[in-house]
Design a protein around this ligand. Structure first.
Ligand SMILES: C[S@@+](CC[C@H](N)C(=O)[O-])C[C@H]1O[C@@H](n2cnc3c(N)ncnc32)[C@H](O)[C@@H]1O
Length: 205
Protein backbone atom coordinates (compact mmCIF):
# COMPACT_ATOMS: atom_id res chain seq x y z
CA UNK A 1 0.00 0.00 0.00
CA UNK A 2 1.35 3.42 -0.85
CA UNK A 3 1.78 6.19 1.71
CA UNK A 4 -0.94 8.23 0.04
CA UNK A 5 -3.58 5.50 -0.06
CA UNK A 6 -3.02 4.87 3.65
CA UNK A 7 -3.48 8.59 4.23
CA UNK A 8 -6.71 8.52 2.24
CA UNK A 9 -7.94 5.67 4.43
CA UNK A 10 -6.83 7.45 7.56
CA UNK A 11 -8.95 10.48 6.78
CA UNK A 12 -11.72 8.17 8.03
CA UNK A 13 -14.40 10.83 8.07
CA UNK A 14 -16.84 8.09 7.10
CA UNK A 15 -19.30 7.43 8.79
CA UNK A 16 -19.46 11.11 9.88
CA UNK A 17 -19.51 11.99 6.20
CA UNK A 18 -21.08 9.73 3.61
CA UNK A 19 -18.81 8.92 0.70
CA UNK A 20 -21.16 10.61 -1.74
CA UNK A 21 -21.38 13.96 -0.01
CA UNK A 22 -19.72 17.12 -1.35
CA UNK A 23 -16.21 17.69 -0.03
CA UNK A 24 -13.69 20.42 -0.48
CA UNK A 25 -9.94 19.86 -0.55
CA UNK A 26 -7.79 22.92 0.17
CA UNK A 27 -4.39 23.62 -1.42
CA UNK A 28 -4.49 20.41 -3.44
CA UNK A 29 -1.18 21.03 -5.25
CA UNK A 30 -0.19 18.07 -7.44
CA UNK A 31 -1.08 15.52 -4.78
CA UNK A 32 -2.78 12.28 -5.86
CA UNK A 33 -4.69 12.06 -2.58
CA UNK A 34 -7.99 13.06 -4.24
CA UNK A 35 -7.59 10.37 -6.92
CA UNK A 36 -6.74 7.80 -4.21
CA UNK A 37 -9.93 8.73 -2.35
CA UNK A 38 -12.06 8.28 -5.46
CA UNK A 39 -10.31 4.90 -6.04
CA UNK A 40 -11.33 3.92 -2.53
CA UNK A 41 -15.00 4.56 -3.21
CA UNK A 42 -15.50 8.24 -2.44
CA UNK A 43 -17.69 9.79 -5.10
CA UNK A 44 -17.91 13.25 -3.59
CA UNK A 45 -17.99 15.28 -5.66
CA UNK A 46 -14.56 16.21 -4.39
CA UNK A 47 -13.83 19.84 -5.22
CA UNK A 48 -10.13 20.63 -5.09
CA UNK A 49 -8.97 24.19 -4.62
CA UNK A 50 -5.60 25.82 -5.12
CA UNK A 51 -4.56 29.43 -5.35
CA UNK A 52 -2.22 28.62 -8.24
CA UNK A 53 -3.74 28.68 -11.74
CA UNK A 54 -0.87 26.48 -12.92
CA UNK A 55 -1.81 23.76 -10.40
CA UNK A 56 -5.49 23.95 -11.40
CA UNK A 57 -4.61 23.66 -15.08
CA UNK A 58 -2.27 20.68 -14.57
CA UNK A 59 -4.66 18.86 -12.24
CA UNK A 60 -7.70 19.47 -14.47
CA UNK A 61 -5.76 17.94 -17.34
CA UNK A 62 -4.54 14.97 -15.28
CA UNK A 63 -7.98 14.22 -13.80
CA UNK A 64 -10.14 15.01 -16.85
CA UNK A 65 -11.80 11.57 -16.73
CA UNK A 66 -12.85 11.98 -13.08
CA UNK A 67 -14.12 15.47 -13.88
CA UNK A 68 -16.19 14.03 -16.75
CA UNK A 69 -17.62 11.38 -14.42
CA UNK A 70 -18.72 14.12 -12.02
CA UNK A 71 -16.57 12.88 -9.13
CA UNK A 72 -14.09 15.71 -9.04
CA UNK A 73 -13.59 19.33 -9.96
CA UNK A 74 -10.87 21.97 -9.64
CA UNK A 75 -11.35 25.60 -8.73
CA UNK A 76 -8.77 28.35 -8.46
CA UNK A 77 -9.48 30.10 -5.19
CA UNK A 78 -7.82 31.48 -2.10
CA UNK A 79 -8.52 29.33 0.96
CA UNK A 80 -8.60 32.53 3.04
CA UNK A 81 -11.76 33.57 1.16
CA UNK A 82 -13.27 30.59 -0.67
CA UNK A 83 -15.23 33.19 -2.60
CA UNK A 84 -16.28 30.65 -5.26
CA UNK A 85 -18.33 28.76 -2.66
CA UNK A 86 -21.69 29.46 -1.04
CA UNK A 87 -22.30 29.24 2.69
CA UNK A 88 -23.02 25.79 4.16
CA UNK A 89 -22.61 23.84 0.91
CA UNK A 90 -19.96 21.28 2.00
CA UNK A 91 -20.19 18.37 4.38
CA UNK A 92 -16.42 18.12 4.82
CA UNK A 93 -13.30 20.07 4.12
CA UNK A 94 -9.91 18.34 3.87
CA UNK A 95 -6.36 19.58 3.80
CA UNK A 96 -2.95 18.01 3.55
CA UNK A 97 -0.12 20.47 3.87
CA UNK A 98 -1.71 23.91 3.43
CA UNK A 99 -2.34 24.59 7.13
CA UNK A 100 1.15 23.29 7.85
CA UNK A 101 2.80 25.44 5.19
CA UNK A 102 1.02 28.57 6.41
CA UNK A 103 1.78 27.82 10.05
CA UNK A 104 5.47 27.25 9.26
CA UNK A 105 5.58 30.50 7.27
CA UNK A 106 4.24 32.18 10.44
CA UNK A 107 1.32 33.68 8.51
CA UNK A 108 -0.88 33.33 11.55
CA UNK A 109 -3.58 35.77 10.45
CA UNK A 110 -4.04 33.61 7.34
CA UNK A 111 -4.70 30.59 9.58
CA UNK A 112 -7.60 32.43 11.23
CA UNK A 113 -8.94 33.49 7.83
CA UNK A 114 -8.82 29.92 6.50
CA UNK A 115 -10.60 28.58 9.56
CA UNK A 116 -13.28 31.25 9.18
CA UNK A 117 -13.84 30.54 5.48
CA UNK A 118 -13.90 26.78 6.10
CA UNK A 119 -16.50 27.29 8.82
CA UNK A 120 -18.58 29.41 6.46
CA UNK A 121 -18.72 26.85 3.63
CA UNK A 122 -19.34 23.87 5.93
CA UNK A 123 -22.85 22.80 6.82
CA UNK A 124 -23.62 22.80 10.55
CA UNK A 125 -22.20 19.52 11.85
CA UNK A 126 -19.72 19.30 8.94
CA UNK A 127 -16.09 18.29 9.49
CA UNK A 128 -12.75 19.98 8.88
CA UNK A 129 -10.06 17.30 8.63
CA UNK A 130 -6.41 18.03 8.02
CA UNK A 131 -3.03 16.34 8.09
CA UNK A 132 -0.09 18.14 9.63
CA UNK A 133 3.41 17.52 10.93
CA UNK A 134 3.00 20.29 13.51
CA UNK A 135 2.33 19.36 17.13
CA UNK A 136 -1.05 20.47 18.53
CA UNK A 137 0.45 22.31 21.51
CA UNK A 138 2.08 24.72 19.03
CA UNK A 139 -0.33 24.70 16.11
CA UNK A 140 -3.72 24.84 17.87
CA UNK A 141 -3.20 28.06 19.86
CA UNK A 142 -2.34 29.77 16.54
CA UNK A 143 -5.08 28.16 14.50
CA UNK A 144 -7.77 28.75 17.10
CA UNK A 145 -6.48 32.10 18.29
CA UNK A 146 -9.57 34.09 17.28
CA UNK A 147 -11.95 31.39 18.42
CA UNK A 148 -10.37 31.32 21.88
CA UNK A 149 -10.20 35.10 22.25
CA UNK A 150 -13.80 35.76 21.28
CA UNK A 151 -15.61 35.19 24.54
CA UNK A 152 -18.78 36.96 23.42
CA UNK A 153 -19.62 35.01 20.27
CA UNK A 154 -20.61 31.38 20.43
CA UNK A 155 -17.99 28.78 19.58
CA UNK A 156 -17.75 27.73 15.93
CA UNK A 157 -16.00 24.39 16.49
CA UNK A 158 -16.47 21.32 18.64
CA UNK A 159 -15.30 17.69 18.89
CA UNK A 160 -11.65 18.50 18.28
CA UNK A 161 -9.59 15.34 17.91
CA UNK A 162 -5.91 14.82 17.14
CA UNK A 163 -4.78 11.39 16.09
CA UNK A 164 -1.16 10.34 15.75
CA UNK A 165 -0.63 8.35 12.57
CA UNK A 166 2.66 6.69 11.74
CA UNK A 167 4.29 9.78 10.24
CA UNK A 168 1.83 12.60 10.55
CA UNK A 169 -0.93 13.98 12.77
CA UNK A 170 -4.58 13.85 11.76
CA UNK A 171 -6.70 16.71 13.08
CA UNK A 172 -10.50 16.65 13.01
CA UNK A 173 -12.92 19.30 14.20
CA UNK A 174 -16.64 19.66 13.72
CA UNK A 175 -18.59 22.81 12.94
CA UNK A 176 -21.04 23.44 15.74
CA UNK A 177 -24.64 22.72 14.86
CA UNK A 178 -26.64 25.07 17.02
CA UNK A 179 -29.82 23.12 16.27
CA UNK A 180 -28.33 20.09 17.98
CA UNK A 181 -27.66 19.75 21.65
CA UNK A 182 -23.90 20.06 21.23
CA UNK A 183 -21.73 18.91 23.99
CA UNK A 184 -18.91 21.42 23.68
CA UNK A 185 -15.81 19.33 24.11
CA UNK A 186 -13.39 22.09 23.31
CA UNK A 187 -10.80 22.56 24.67
CA UNK A 188 -9.07 20.43 25.88
CA UNK A 189 -8.12 18.31 22.89
CA UNK A 190 -7.39 14.65 23.05
CA UNK A 191 -4.53 13.04 21.19
CA UNK A 192 -5.23 9.54 20.06
CA UNK A 193 -2.21 7.41 19.45
CA UNK A 194 -3.47 4.09 18.11
CA UNK A 195 0.00 2.57 17.82
CA UNK A 196 0.83 3.31 21.45
CA UNK A 197 -2.57 2.04 22.57
CA UNK A 198 -2.14 -1.25 20.64
CA UNK A 199 1.34 -1.72 22.15
CA UNK A 200 0.00 -1.02 25.63
CA UNK A 201 -2.77 -3.62 25.10
CA UNK A 202 -0.22 -6.19 23.90
CA UNK A 203 1.93 -5.56 26.96
CA UNK A 204 -1.06 -6.22 29.18
CA UNK A 205 -1.65 -9.66 27.62
C1 LIG B 1 2.46 22.39 0.87
S1 LIG B 1 1.56 22.37 -0.63
C2 LIG B 1 0.54 20.96 -0.35
C3 LIG B 1 0.06 20.38 -1.64
C4 LIG B 1 -0.75 19.08 -1.52
N1 LIG B 1 -1.92 19.24 -0.69
C5 LIG B 1 0.10 17.93 -1.04
O1 LIG B 1 -0.24 17.33 -0.04
O2 LIG B 1 1.09 17.61 -1.69
C6 LIG B 1 0.49 23.75 -0.44
C7 LIG B 1 -0.41 24.04 -1.66
O3 LIG B 1 -1.33 25.05 -1.24
C8 LIG B 1 -1.43 26.04 -2.25
N2 LIG B 1 -1.77 27.30 -1.55
C9 LIG B 1 -0.95 28.13 -0.88
N3 LIG B 1 -1.64 29.15 -0.34
C10 LIG B 1 -2.94 28.94 -0.67
C11 LIG B 1 -4.15 29.63 -0.40
N4 LIG B 1 -4.18 30.76 0.31
N5 LIG B 1 -5.31 29.13 -0.91
C12 LIG B 1 -5.31 27.98 -1.64
N6 LIG B 1 -4.20 27.29 -1.93
C13 LIG B 1 -3.03 27.75 -1.45
C14 LIG B 1 -0.08 26.06 -2.95
O4 LIG B 1 -0.22 26.55 -4.26
C15 LIG B 1 0.30 24.58 -2.88
O5 LIG B 1 -0.14 23.89 -4.02
Amino acid sequence: MTQQSSLAESLAIHPHVEKNEPMLMLGCGNSTLGEEMIDEGWSGPLIQVDVSSRVIETMSHRCHQLIQNGHMNFVQDDACELSAFRDAMMQACLDKGLIDAIYCAEEHNQLSKILKSVSRVLRPGGWFVFLSFSRPEFLLPRLLQEEMQDVVRKRRWTNLQVQELEKILLYKMQKVDFNQDNELRFPPHRIRNDKARRKHKQNLK
